[in-house]
Design a protein around this ligand. Structure first.
Ligand code: ADP
Length: 374
C-alpha cells in the first residue's frame, strides 16, 4: 500500500463511527485515492443512518486535511441502496440532508435548473456540444454554469481555454473558474492533466458531490453538466444523485450511435429525469472549401428516432472542420464567431432547450410519477 494511503488510514482510525468503531474497521470506506496531495474517498452507509454519519464524514475530512502534504480532502457520504430494490431506488443521499429520498436532492442554492448533456457512447461530440450549448444559453442572456462531470476525460478546461487552479475560499469551498462568461468547475482543474485517474463508483460520487455542493456557484439560471459518456452504473448514479431538471442526448446519425442514444433516454426515464431532447451532431458535412453540404452518414436519423421515442428534436450540428479546430484551440465558435452559421445552430439549440425546460417546469415535479420498467 502506498505510504500516503497508509497515512490516511492511520489518521482515520482515530475517527469513530456513531457506535464507536474506528472508521477503517466499519467496512464503510471506499478505496482511498491520493493524487497530487488531494485525497478522495467516500463513506457508504445505510440510507436511514445518513444523518447520524454526517459528523463522522466531517471528522474524517478534518483528520485527513491535517495530514502533512495533503492540500485538499473530499469525503462524501453516500447511502447504500436498500436490499432487494432496483437501482431506481438506490438514491445515494446527499450528505447533510435528512434521509435518502429518490431524486429529492436540491440544486445548490441559487441554481435554478441543472441539465445534463449525455451520450450513449464516447466520441460523438458530447463535450463540444455541451460547451457550445452553455455558451448559447449565455448568449440568450442567461447566467450559466458548467460542471464538467466527465471525470474520466475532463475536456471542458481545454475547450474553454481555462488554466490554473480554483481559489479556495473559507478554507473549504472552491470558487468556480470563469471562461467566456461561464462559471466553470471541472476535476481537470484539480488534478494534473496527465495523471491517470482510476475511479471507482463511490469515488465518482465524492468528486461530483463536492463539485456540485462545495463550490460557490452563486446565482445561475442554468447549470450545464457534461456527463461521462455511456449509460453504465456511474452515469445512472449521477443521473440520480444530481437534481437534474432535464437531460439532453447527443448522438451522431449512425444507427449504432442511435442505439446508444436510446439507452441514454431509457436511463434518464428510469430515474424520472425529463429528456429535453436529442441533438444530432456531425449531422451532415459542411465542406470548408465550397460550403457545400453532404449527408455522409445518412443524416436525419436522430430526428426520426426522436419522433419515434416521443422526445423533442433539438437541432442538428454539421460535421465541420471549424468546429473541431476551434474546440481544440479553446475558442468555441459561439463566442469566437458569434455571427457565423454554426453559432446560430447552437443558439437555436439553446433556445429549444430553454423552451423545453420551461415546459417541464409547469408540472409539479415533486409529485411521484409511476415509472414502468421494461
Ligand atoms: P465526446 O465528449 O462525445 O467524447 P468530443 O466533444 O470530445 O466528444 O468530440 C470528439 C471530437 O470530435 C473532438 O475532436 C471534437 O473537436 C470533434 N467534434 C465534435 N463535434 C464536431 C462537429 N460537429 N464537427 C467536427 N468535429 C466535431
Amino acid at each position: 500500500m502506498p505510504a500516503a494511503k497508509a497515512a490516511v488510514l492511520e489518521r482515520l482510525s482515530a475517527v469513530k463511527s456513531p457506535d464507536g468503531t474506528p472508521l477503517p474497521a466499519t467496512g464503510t470506506l471506499s478505496d482511498i485515492v491520493v493524487s497530487d496531495g488531494k485525497v478522495f474517498f467516500s463513506i457508504s452507509v445505510d440510507a436511514a443512518l445518513v444523518q447520524r454519519w454526517e459528523g463522522v464524514r466531517k471528522a474524517a475530512e478534518d483528520a485527513v486535511r491535517g495530514l502533512p502534504g495533503v492540500t485538499s480532502a473530499m469525503v462524501a457520504l453516500t447511502a447504500e441502496r436498500a436490499a432487494g430494490r432496483g437501482p431506481a431506488a438506490a438514491a445515494p443521499a446527499t450528505r447533510g440532508r435528512a434521509g435518502a429520498q429518490t431524486r429529492s436532492a436540491q440544486a445548490p442554492e441559487g441554481v435554478n435548473a441543472i441539465i445534463a448533456v449525455a451520450s450513449g457512447k464516447g466520441g460523438v461530440g458530447k463535450s463540444t456540444t455541451a460547451v457550445n450549448l452553455a455558451l448559447g444559453l449565455s448568449g440568450i442572456g442567461l447566467k450559466v454554469g458548467m460542471l464538467d462531470a466527465d471525470i474520466y476525460g475532463p475536456s471542458v478546461p481545454k475547450l474553454l481555454a481555462i488554466r490554473g487552479r480554483p481559489q479556495v475560499i473559507e478554507g473549504t469551498r472552491l470558487r468556480p473558474m470563469t471562461g467566456y462568461g461561464l462559471e466553470v468547475m471541472s476535476i481537470g482543474f484539480l488534478v494534473e492533466e496527465e495523471t491517470p485517474m482510476i475511479w471507482r463508483g463511490p469515488m465518482v460520487m465524492s468528486a461530483l458531490t463536492q463539485m456540485l455542493r462545495e463550490v460557490e456557484w452563486g446565482a445561475l439560471d442554468v447549470m450545464v453538466v457534461d456527463m461521462p459518456p455511456g449509460t453504465g452504473d456511474a452515469q445512472l448514479t449521477m443521473a440520480q444523485q444530481v437534481p437534474l431538471a432535464g437531460a439532453i442526448i447527443v448522438s451522431t446519425p449512425q444507427d449504432l450511435a442511435l442505439i446508444d442514444a436510446r439507452r441514454g433516454i431509457a436511463m434518464f426515464r428510469r430515474v424520472n429525469v425529463p429528456v429535453l431532447g436529442i441533438v444530432e451532431n456531425m449531422s451532415y458535412f459542411l465542406c470548408p472549401h465550397c460550403g457545400g453540404r453532404s449527408d455522409v452518414f445518412g443524416h436525419g436519423g436522430a430526428r426520426r428516432e426522436a419522433q419515434r421515442l416521443e422526445v423533442p428534436f433539438l437541432g442538428e450540428v454539421p460535421l465541420d472542420l471549424a468546429i473541431r479546430e476551434t474546440s481544440d484551440a479553446g475558442r468555441p465558435l459561439v463566442v469566437s464567431e458569434p455571427n457565423g452559421p454554426q453559432a446560430a445552430v447552437y443558439r437555436d439549440i439553446a433556445k429549444n432547450v430553454w423552451t423545453e425546460l420551461g415546459k417541464t417546469r409547469g408540472s409539479d415535479r415533486a409529485a411521484p410519477r409511476i415509472v414502468i420498467e421494461a
